[in-house]
Design a binder for this molecule. Structure first.
Ligand code: CP
Length: 319
């Protein structure tokens, strides 16, 4: 079934600014459901959703599962370990077998860039990309936008700097697409070895010094150093990285404005971000996690054909 977002959510590169705003606006009434004693509405009753997580995840997997359950969908979780993928079954065969059991949606996380699109082109169910290799992580981008909008309202002209390992980051790509479509100014900051060669072509400013980025920005989105995706040689050492690029309270104290700090998680405390920043007054990191459930509820609702104007009724359980 195709709704106002189309059949699938594969990335923010392919969404219009209007579609992005639609998800963010739809997420607001859904966020209130998670504040209730009984955190459930019948909106997706009867729908069956499979969460295919072929790569490690805490936040995204659990957040999708909460979103699905709070909308009353039936959910099944499949990991590579323990499934026939570990015996060599292909991704498409796995998905087609699930479709034969009459599912409606697949949420997929996969180590290969393009895996979500590959699947979406081969099955009829709606496909949601929960992170594919170094390509995109659209629901993370959306929850980051929601968190920024909570603080700033309209993002036009707001300055957001993405700090750290941009080279390996699907979060960075989804953020750059989403932020630029909503009119924000975007910069990146990190060692040149961890920035893509063609980063300038994405319309972003590049800072080589974290101090300059902090002076410029309204918000920092601090990325995890993805040590598991790195071959040797990108940085001299973690200690050196923290000394030169670490987001520390001493550095933030010199900021000319009251900037906010985001991090998609999981954090390497003491490497890209110090604990007193992660847990301090600039941090909106746990707000991001709360918004993640609301944004994913909105995405599920809209992909299932939910009418944007009925989101308020869906929240009340009458649509
Ligand atoms: N932000 C994020 O994708 O976290 P997980 O890897 O825990 O899902």
């Amino acid at each position: 079934m195709a709704g106002p977002l189309g059949k699938d959510l594969l990335g923010l590169a392919t969404l219009s600014a209007e579609q992005i705003r639609l998800v963010l606006d739809t997420a607001i009434p859904f966020r209130e459901i998670s504040e209730r004693a009984i955190k459930k509405v019948p909106t997706l009753r009867g729908a069956t959703i499979v969460n295919l997580f072929f790569e490690a995840s805490t936040r995204t997997r659990i957040s999708f599962e909460f979103a699905e359950k709070r909308l009353s969908a039936d959910t099944v979780n499949v990991a590579a370990a323990g499934s026939s993928v570990s015996k060599g079954e292909t991704l498409v065969d796995t998905a087609r077998n699930l479709e034969a059991m009459k599912i409606d949606m697949v949420v997929i996380r996969h180590a290969a860039s393009g895996a979500a699109r590959f699947l979406a082109e081969r099955i009829e169910s709606n496909v949601i990309n929960a992170g594919d290799g170094t390509h995109e992580h659209p629901t993370q981008g959306l929850l980051d936008l929601m968190t920024l909008r909570d603080r700033f309202g309209d993002l036009t002209g707001k300055r957001v700097c993405i700090v750290g390992d941009v080279l390996h980051s699907r979060v960075a790509r989804s953020n750059i697409w989403g932020l630029t479509k909503l009119g924000a100014e975007v910069a990146v900051c990190g060692p040149r070895s961890l920035l893509p060669n063609a980063i300038g072509e994405m319309g972003v400013t590049v800072f080589d010094r974290i101090e300059d980025a902090i002076e410029w920005a309204d918000a920092l989105n601090v990325l995890r150093l993805q040590l598991e995706r790195m071959q040797a040689g990108y940085i001299p050492s973690l200690r050196e990285y923290n000394r030169v690029f670490g987001v520390t309270s001493a550095r933030l104290e010199r900021a000319p404005r009251d900037l906010i700090v985001l991090h998609p998680g999981p954090m390497n405390r003491g490497v890209e971000i110090d604990s007193d920043v992660a847990d301090g007054p600039h941090s909106v990191i746990l707000d991001q996690v709360t918004n993640g459930v609301a944004v994913r509820m909105a995405v599920l609702y809209l992909l299932a054909g939910g009418k944007p104007e009925l989101a308020e009724a869906a929240k009340k359980g009458t649509a």
